[in-house]
Write a protein that binds this ligand. Structure first.
Ligand code: ATP
Ligand code: MG
Length: 241
C-alpha cells in the first residue's frame, strides 16, 4: 500500500544534502526501517502528479546494485522519498579506501550504472555520497535522476552545478554516458585518495562550486593517481575516460 506521513516514525537524521534531509525512520505497518529523504519543493498539483508518475519506474528497478524504493508522498510543500536504509552509510565518509576494498566497490558501482543505462536511465549525480554500503557487504547506488519533472522543480530552487560534473556538462554541452564516466572516474580518485582530487586535504567541494574550481576542471588536465601509491591497473582504470 501507499506510505503516508502517519505511518512513519522519525528516528534520527542521517545527513543533510544540498536540497534535503535524510531521516532513518520506522515504518510501522510493515515494521521496516527506511531512509526517507525530505525535500522542500515548489510544485503545482499537476507537477506533483507528474513526479509521482515518473518515480513509479523505481518500483520496476530491481537490481542488487540499486537502492530499493518503497514509495513517495507529498505533504505540504515537501516530497518524501522512502528508500532502503543502508547501515554503512555513504562512501564520502570513509576517507581513503584501500585498493582491494575499492575494487569491490567500483565493481558494484559499474554494475549499478550498467543496470540503469540498460533501462535508459542516466544517473546524473554520481559521487561518493550517492554510493551506499551496508554491513552485508552490498554496494548500491542512490539519488539517480528518474524524474525529469523532479529535476526541473529542483533546479528552480537550487543551483545546478556540482563539482563532479564533466567539463562538457559544465560548458553546457551534450550530456551522455561519457559524462557519467567522468563522474565515476573522479569519484574513484576521491575514494582512493580520501580527498576531492582538485582540492587540498580536508576540504570538501561545497554545493556552491567556486568559479575557479570549474575553470580548473574545464581547462586543466584531469587529475591522476601516482604510481608510487597505487597499482597500475587502478591507474589505468581511472584513465579510461
Ligand atoms: P547532495 O544533496 O549534494 O546530493 P548528499 O548526497 O550528501 O549531497 P543527501 O542525498 O541528502 O545528500 O544525503 C545525505 C546523507 O544521508 C548522505 O550523505 C548519506 O550519508 C545519508 N543517506 C542517504 N540515503 C541513505 C540511505 N538510503 N541509507 C543510509 N544513509 C543514507
Ligand atoms: Mg545523495
Amino acid at each position: 500500500g501507499q506510505i503516508t506521513r502517519q505511518d512513519l516514525q522519525y528516528l534520527e537524521i542521517l545527513g543533510h544534502g544540498n536540497g534535503g534531509t535524510v531521516y532513518r525512520t520506522f515504518h510501522q505497518p510493515s515494521k521496516v526501517i527506511m531512509a526517507v529523504k525530505v525535500i522542500a519543493l515548489d510544485a503545482t498539483q499537476e507537477e506533483q502528479r507528474q513526479i509521482m508518475a515518473e518515480l513509479d519506474i523505481l518500483h520496476k528497478c530491481d537490481s542488487s546494485y540499486i537502492i530499493g524504493f518503497y514509495g513517495a508522498f507529498f505533504a505540504e510543500n515537501r516530497i518524501s522519498i522512502c528508500a532502503e536504509y543502508m547501515d554503512g552509510g555513504s562512501l564520502d565518509g570513509y576517507g581513503a579506501i584501500p585498493e582491494p576494498v575499492l575494487g569491490r566497490i567500483i565493481v558494484g558501482v559499474v554494475k549499478g550504472l550498467n543496470y540503469l543505462w540498460s533501462l535508459k536511465i542516466m544517473h546524473r549525480d554520481i559521487k561518493p555520497s550517492n554510493v551506499l554500503v551496508n554491513t552485508q557487504g552490498c554496494v548500491k547506488l542512490c539519488d539517480f535522476g528518474v524524474s525529469v519533472q523532479l529535476l526541473t522543480s529542483l533546479t528552480k530552487t537550487f543551483i545546478g552545478t556540482n563539482a563532479y560534473m564533466a567539463p562538457e556538462r559544465i560548458l553546457g554541452g551534450e550530456y551522455g554516458i561519457h559524462s557519467e564516466i567522468w563522474s565515476l572516474g573522479l569519484s574513484t580518485l576521491e575514494m582512493a585518495l580520501g580527498r576531492f582530487p582538485y582540492l587540498p586535504e580536508g576540504s570538501k567541494p561545497s554545493s556552491l562550486v567556486p568559479f575557479e574550481l570549474l575553470q580548473c576542471i574545464v581547462n586543466e588536465k584531469p587529475p591522476t593517481l601516482s604510481l608510487e601509491h597505487f597499482s597500475p591497473s587502478l591507474i589505468e582504470f581511472t584513465q579510461q575516460w
